[in-house]
Design a protein. Sequence first.
Length: 134
Amino acid sequence: MTTVADDSGLVVDALDGQPGILSARWAGQHGDDEANLQLVLKQMEEVPDELRQARFVCAAAVALSDGREFAVTGELLGTITRSPRGENGFGYDPIFMAEGYQITTGEMDSIEKNSISHRGIAFRKLASLMKHSF
């Protein structure tokens, strides 16, 4: 059976790469987006603007029924804002401003966000790899 899987997280340079794979449970309870977001902001209170770099990272993989496997990563570079902005998206979107933008991913509409997202990048790479393998 063909199987597809992905995982993603927020990597913050000033937090030594955290929350990373622990992104969904950074504040202790899985899926508490607001607590996770607030904890990152608290941990970064003293971090100057020029050191607030971060990136969303997605790893995506597919295992085909014929035994072939493909794995890729996608990244969206940006910075962590000082306070949440926007009601769209989920997770850390209200505090993540992608490079080249003056709004957070929480302020973007779904079409704009999906066009630049780490998951979108990863799955477009995966689709391209698979397309060229047939």
